[in-house]
Design a protein around this ligand. Structure first.
Ligand SMILES: [Zn+2]
Ligand SMILES: [Zn+2]
Length: 62
């Protein structure tokens, strides 16, 4: 089992609803396909203080 220092709850779920962790950008559910995101979606993710996009893994906050 992979031990990760990331506190995001998605790492502890076997059925995470997103592909990427918003905190560390690691893939938490590889069965979910990578999505093409719009800037609007990324802007909304930033407002939720996601460091990385959960759909495409892109870094949102530097
Ligand atoms: Zn993480
Ligand atoms: Zn994205």
């Amino acid at each position: 089992m992979n031990v990760t220092p990331c506190p995001n709850f998605n790492h502890r779920r076997s059925d995470a609803p997103v592909r990427f962790c918003p905190n560390c950008s690691k893939v938490v559910n590889a069965t979910i396909p990578v999505k093409q995101c719009s800037e609007e979606l990324h802007a909304r993710a930033r407002m939720n203080r996601s460091k990385y996009c959960v759909n495409c893994g892109k870094q949102l906050i530097k």
